[in-house]
Design a protein around this ligand. Structure first.
Ligand SMILES: [Zn+2]
Length: 79
């Protein structure tokens, strides 16, 4: 049960879920949600790590910080 990155043209598997709230100008990154939600976006590691928020917004990274333990089958480790 895995979902694809929400970025257009990105074929990677999502490992994080982005949520945002206009009222508090906050963006959250969490571990990928069990179910998709209309107001969230799933992101692959690359897009999650390169995420930038608009000026005046804050990013709260709440992902479990164990990136080195994430091993996706079929993806070679580039070094
Ligand atoms: Zn991506």
């Amino acid at each position: 049960m895995s979902r694809q990155c929400a970025r257009p043209g990105c074929p990677e598997i999502a490992v994080a879920t982005l949520a945002y709230e206009y009222a508090s100008r906050t963006v959250w990154l969490d571990g990928v949600a069990a179910e998709g939600h209309p107001s969230t976006y799933d992101l692959c590691p690359r897009h999650a790590n390169t995420l930038r928020v608009p000026m005046g917004w804050q990013l709260r990274d709440r992902r479990p910080v164990r990136a080195e333990e994430v091993h996706l089958p079929g993806i070679a480790h580039a070094s």
